[in-house]
Design a protein around this ligand. Structure first.
Ligand code: COA
Length: 336
């Protein structure tokens, strides 16, 4: 049977390390508060003119090189981001230009923290139907240019970091589903009832007369807003649900999974899920301490870091789950 599998991973974070102490000089916060509530110790921010597609390019070039293919063999680009280079066109088009592979489809996915799982699911459909052989999937974010670095924005600002992660998904003829590396399943969900619990209202046609005018700027509608407690409550419910759905669909138990690479929103969320499923600590690969929440990039960054750390090896069964703005959530189960 024709299926897709992860051929390679790549990641990039900008060099500027910003510690919790650094943030406490910009706003009323503390290392203790951030660590205790979230597990975050530091994050990386861009300096100067780097754009989201610049970070995506660096992660993509690594992934393509490690896949052992030429750029020209990529047949589709999917880029998930909530922090695009520009309002339009999509950031996948800017990435495509920088990669120098015109002509192939380039698609932006706007599912925030679940963006990478949505992207995997989309690419998988094209690959398993025989339409494309190799797809480049990227999660990339520059949050630092869109965060309110003041007391008013502190609840959101301390949570996010910049970074990009990429994988090349390639076609594979699966002969032994119990042993071969391939993407077993994805499960996707959304509930727009909660769209305004974590969002950036402006610019947008949902505002008054102008997509962004003096009034929107004055109200700070161009900064992200979050009802943290509601997000937390739903995350600890929806991520386990999606994970269970994936395990059940493949007749697997949590003990069958070799490594869990979850979205990184809050260490407490992931600890609660691990406890609920009886997953030993060493099977959950967390990176939030180092990179904070890089939204669409957390899962591919996690995969690449796990490979480099020797924790993720070929043939291991991996489960990912994510939850985020939208609300959106989902899971993916794959043999790496
Ligand atoms: N530094 C210090 N104090 C802060 C702060 C900061 N950066 N941000 C908020 N506070 C204050 C608040 O003003 C509030 O003060 P008050 O009680 O005087 O009104 C207090 O801290 C809230 O603390 P607490 O109730 O302990 O917060 P919490 O347990 O809900 O934790 C989050 C806050 C944001 C860490 C938590 O809600 C969370 O992780 N939510 C999910 C967020 C998320 O995952 N977002 C991304 C989705 S993908």
């Amino acid at each position: 049977m024709l299926r897709s599998r992860i051929l390679s991973t790549g990641m990039y974070v900008p060099p500027l390390r910003v510690t919790n102490h650094d943030l406490s000089k910009l706003m009323d916060t503390s290392d203790e508060w951030i660590r205790q509530r979230t597990g975050i110790e530091q994050r990386f921010w861009v300096e100067g003119n780097e754009s989201t597609s610049d970070l995506a390019l660096k992660a993509s070039e690594l992934a393509i090189e490690r896949a052992g293919i030429q750029k020209s063999e990529i047949e589709m680009i999917i880029l998930a981001t909530l922090s695009p280079d520009h309002e339009f066109p999509g950031t996948a088009c800017f990435l495509q230009k920088k990669l120098g592979i015109p002509g192939i489809p380039a698609l932006d996915v706007r599912q925030q923290c679940t963006g990478f799982i949505y992207s995997m699911a989309i690419a998988d459909q094209f690959i398993r139907n025989g339409v494309y052989r190799n797809a480049l999937i990227v999660g990339a974010e520059i949050h630092s240019k869109g965060l309110e670095k003041s007391d008013r924005g502190r609840d959101v600002t301390v949570l996010f970091g910049d970074g990009a992660g990429a994988v090349v998904l390639g076609a594979v003829e699966v002969k032994d589903p119990k042993k071969d590396s391939f993407l077993l399943s994805t499960h996707l969900h959304a509930d727009g009832t909660f769209a305004e619990e974590l969002w950036t209202p402006a610019p947008g046609t949902g505002n008054s007369k102008d997509r962004v005018g003096a009034s929107e700027l004055e109200q700070g509608l161009h900064w992200p807003r979050m009802n943290g407690k509601t997000v937390f409550m739903h995350a600890v419910k929806r991520m386990p649900e999606a994970l269970n759905e994936g395990l059940k669909a493949n007749k697997l138990s949590p003990a069958d999974i070799d490594l869990f690479v979850f979205h990184q929103a809050n260490l407490r969320i992931n600890d609660m899920i691990a406890k609920q499923f009886g997953i030993p600590e060493e099977k959950v690969f967390n990176t939030i301490q180092k990179f904070a929440n890089t939204t669409a990039a957390t899962i591919p960054i996690g995969l690449d870091e796990a490979v480099r750390a020797g924790k993720l090896k070929k043939g291991m069964l991996v489960a990912s789950a994510a939850f985020g703005s939208g609300f959106t959530w989902g899971s993916a189960i794959y043999r790496f």
